[in-house]
Design a protein around this ligand. Structure first.
Ligand code: HEM
Length: 451
């Protein structure tokens, strides 16, 4: 195993890498064991590796400096690329997660005010209240489907915060449509067959989209009828009316679905992984609960409490290190770039995996251990910049990073103040590698009420 050994670099050669099977390249190995595959590439070939797949040349970057070059330093050389965009397009269309250039810039600018630090603070009370409502019906000793619970909670929160709507009656429609879509985008045929081939998974995505759209257009119409509202949809509608560059209802729909999907799936995963890790590390849970008791004195957490909940924050950070909800990022160069001494040609696929870098022993001692206490100020100051990048970096960095950190801490504190969650024995955490790291099956946990 040789995480990080550099190979002799020459811009004329390709970096070393695996030989794939004819026709499907390395896709079969990837889909059989995606996390083992990406980790194995770093261990076997070092900081930069390359191979040929049916879709073209692939480069995997495993060094924080190389990743910083692509996401930050030379970000203008790169786009998200067709491989990533074709997966999301059927559901999120041309929303900001998927768009490029002028459309992306304008819409990111329009949406950004909803994520202003001051605005985000206003969401805190609602986040805690929604969590209390969610766990209110739980009874002592009951088995809860934690991933499903966290998904429905974070979906309700993002819909209320950004669009001012309560979607309690529709949470199943939205949640299951988004879930179908995430699962359908995972199959081999999705990556190997051209987009025009109507595979079963693509038909499933189309059906999910139809179910979702009826509701989204209804929400847009409601916001249009309520011009005093200041949520994201109103902002997008205001542009249409005041500045003359009308956004079509479909463009607004794309942004709404993007924010619903990106704004709930990842935070729900982060909370699910944190609950799993806490159940496996009782000493960490004990320390977390001791902090909650000392700082909150039985009261629900507020925005003002967060500065004192330092261990809670470390638990969230450490959980996102070991289980980054977005396990990898993909880019495509539009002009040749030289990374680590190798030229990467336009059209290639560049992959950078949080999953791999966050577990690299060069940056983290005992990397597979769940140790929130490692996150001291000194440790963070010494950490290479992109050795931790759960929210990516550069201009396409997650727009919801602060929102997510606020939400994850508040929800975790509210739930763990009241419940100890015990993993149902025999439950494994196996992960799919779609755009996010989704568990292959539900994570059932017994909710024990704290005395
Ligand atoms: C733990 C929670 C979250 C994680 C780990 C996460 C991670 C990420 C990552 C890695 C990206 C970059 C993807 C890429 O460049 O290919 C991203 C983009 C994005 N995220 Fe998040 N995210 C989280 C929560 C949220 C929330 C709460 C929202 C909204 C409420 C959100 C909205 C977005 C949007 C709209 C983008 C696209 C930004 C752009 O391209 O301009 N995310 N997120």
């Amino acid at each position: 195993m040789r995480f990080g050994t550099s190979t002799a670099a020459s811009s004329l050669e390709r970096p070393p890498g695996p030989n794939g099977l004819p026709v499907v390249g390395t896709q079969v190995s990837f889909l059989r064991d995606p996390y083992g595959f990406m980790t194995g590439i770093a261990q076997e070939y070092g900081d930069i590796a390359s191979w040929e797949d049916p879709g073209g040349l692939v480069y995997q970057l495993n060094h924080p400096e190389y990743i910083e070059q692509v996401l930050v330093g030379k970000n203008e050389y790169y786009i998200k690329g067709e491989q990533f965009q074709s997966i999301l397009r059927p559901v999120t269309g041309n929303g900001i997660l998927n768009s490029e250039g002028a459309v992306w810039r304008r819409n990111r600018h329009l949406i950004q005010p909803a994520f202003h630090p001051q605005r985000i603070q206003e969401y805190a009370t609602m986040m805690t209240e929604f969590t209390l409502e969610e766990i209110e019906p739980w009874s002592d000793g009951e088995i809860r489907p934690i991933h499903e619970d966290m998904s429905s909670l974070t979906l309700k929160i993002v819909a209320r915060a950004l669009f001012g709507v309560g979607i309690d009656d529709h949470v199943d429609t939205v949640g299951s449509a988004l879930e179908d879509f995430m699962l359908a985008s995972e199959t081999l045929s999705h990556y190997v067959l051209p987009p025009s081939v109507p595979t079963p998974s693509r038909r499933q995505i189309q059906r999910s989209r139809e179910r979702l759209d009826g509701l989204i257009y209804q929400i847009i119409d409601e916001r249009r009828a309520n011009p005093t509202d200041h949520g994201v949809i109103s902002k997008l509608l205001e542009v249409s009316e005041d500045e003359g560059e009308r956004l079509s209802d479909e463009q607004i729909r794309d942004e709404v679905v993007t924010l619903l999907l990106a704004g709930h799936e990842t935070t729900a995963l982060s909370l699910t992984f944190t609950a799993y890790l806490l159940s496996k590390n009782p000493a960490v849970e004990a320390k977390l609960v001791a902090e909650l008791e000392e700082e909150l004195d039985g009261e629900p957490p507020t925005m003002a409490d967060l500065a004192d909940l330092t261990y809670t924050e470390r638990v969230v950070k450490e959980s996102m290190r070991l289980y980054p909800p977005v396990p990898g990022i993909v880019r495509e160069p539009v002009k040749p770039d030289v990374v680590g001494g190798y030229e990467i040609p336009p059209g290639a696929t560049v992959r950078m995996h949080q999953w791999v870098v966050h577990r690299d022993p060069r940056w983290y001692d005992d990397p597979l251990a769940f140790e929130p206490d490692r996150w001291t100020d000194e440790m963070e100051a010494d950490l290479p910049k992109l050795a931790y990048f759960p929210f990516a970096a550069g201009p396409r960095r997650c727009i919801g990073d602060r929102f997510a950190m606020l939400e994850a801490r508040l929800l975790l504190a509210t739930i763990y103040q009241r419940y100890h969650l015990e993993l149902v024995p025999g439950t494994d955490l196996d992960l799919l590698a779609t755009i996010t790291a989704r568990p292959t099956h539900e994570i059932p946990m017994v909710a024990h009420e704290r005395a």
